[in-house]
Design a protein around this ligand. Structure first.
Ligand code: ZN
Ligand code: ZN
Length: 315
């Protein structure tokens, strides 16, 4: 099969088609989204070597479960061992021996085929197009926020960051409260939210402090500092992007104001698929470019450009 492999550089190459282990399905990939995590991996994050990609929609070609056979699916990316301490505490996302699709010890979705445990798969309703279904994984990550904390209509929320993750977080939170504002640097990205009637602010605009929840999705160390300034005493900051740079930070305000800081990673697929099927979340304007698998190396370079949001690869 053809696959996009990272082995210190990105190459489109031939690889043996993977064989599903017991309990796993073989999936023919239709469309894969490129995510900032892929771009970080190419810079050395996680030390990953293998097939890139983890945001996909595909068709089950081989599996032992007849309910899934031949179905169009999306897949949760964390594959758990079911035996370790955290698996037994029902925290499979934190399994000590997990593999993660295209990120840790498991070949990913920028390939004609991938394998995943059947339990990780979710059937995609017919009403959701492939391009839209490819957003299920990152949208699920946004829905993790409302799984971790309860946000009600009286809560005031600030989202820092107008990138892909910031925009998905905005839309997920919008379903719970309209009292929110997205702060970003890129007028054309903020305009996508304006079209959805979501409040926006430029990063140098004054933003009223005292928010109940601040979601940090800028991916920069400065984002956390701004979040600390904007959140109310005993409020919550949600960290949605990993910051690779280690920067010394003044955390005394966190103590003085008794701020809660919540890390937030992968989330539930079911509400994400529901929101996409119902049209409660609009992802299509975020798709700026699409390429075929043979041009995937170029697609990855384009995904890093500042004039681009979501890049899709049609397999
Ligand atoms: Zn991702
Ligand atoms: Zn485990």
């Amino acid at each position: 099969m053809r696959a996009v492999v990272f082995d210190g550089e990105v190459r489109v190459t031939e690889r043996p088609t993977p064989r599903p282990a017991p309990g796993e399905a073989l999936i023919r990939v239709l469309t894969t989204g490129i995510c900032n995590t892929d771009l970080e991996i190419v810079k050395g994050y996680m030390g990953f070597r293998g097939v890139l990609g983890h945001e996909f929609v595909g068709v089950v070609e081989e599996c032992s479960n007849p309910a899934l056979d031949g179905k169009r699916v999306v897949g949760e990316i964390n594959c758990a061992c079911h035996r370790c301490r955290y698996c037994q505490l029902e925290m499979p996302h934190h399994c000590l021996r997990r593999s993660v699709l295209g990120i840790l010890d498991r070949d990913g979705a920028l390939a004609q085929y991938l394998t995943l445990p059947e339990e990780n798969l979710h059937i995609v309703p017919n009403s959701i197009r492939d391009d839209v279904a490819a957003f299920t994984e990152p949208l699920a990550a946004a829905f993790r926020i409302t799984e971790q904390l309860s946000i009600g209509e009286d809560d005031r929320v600030v989202v820092l960051g107008d990138g892909k993750m910031g925009q998905l977080c905005m839309q997920a939170v919008w379903l719970h409260t309209k009292r929110l504002v997205c702060v970003g640097k890129h007028p054309w990205k903020l305009d996508l939210l304006k079209d959805l009637h979501i409040n926006i602010a430029r990063h140098d605009d004054p933003v009223e402090p005292g928010a109940d929840v601040v979601i940090e999705a800028t991916g920069t160390p400065g984002g956390l500092q701004r979040a600390i300034e904007l959140v109310r005493p005993e409020g919550t900051i949600v960290l949605k992007t990993t910051v690779a740079d280690e920067t010394p930070m003044a955390l005394s305000a966190v103590v003085i104001n008794e701020i809660k800081i919540v890390g937030s990673r992968c989330g539930p697929f079911r509400p994400a698929l529901e929101a996409l099927a119902m049209g409660n979340v609009e992802v299509r304007p975020m798709i700026t470019e699409a390429y075929s698998l043979k041009d995937a190396a170029h697609a990855l370079r384009r995904a890093a450009a500042s004039d681009v949001m979501k890049v899709l690869v049609h397999i």
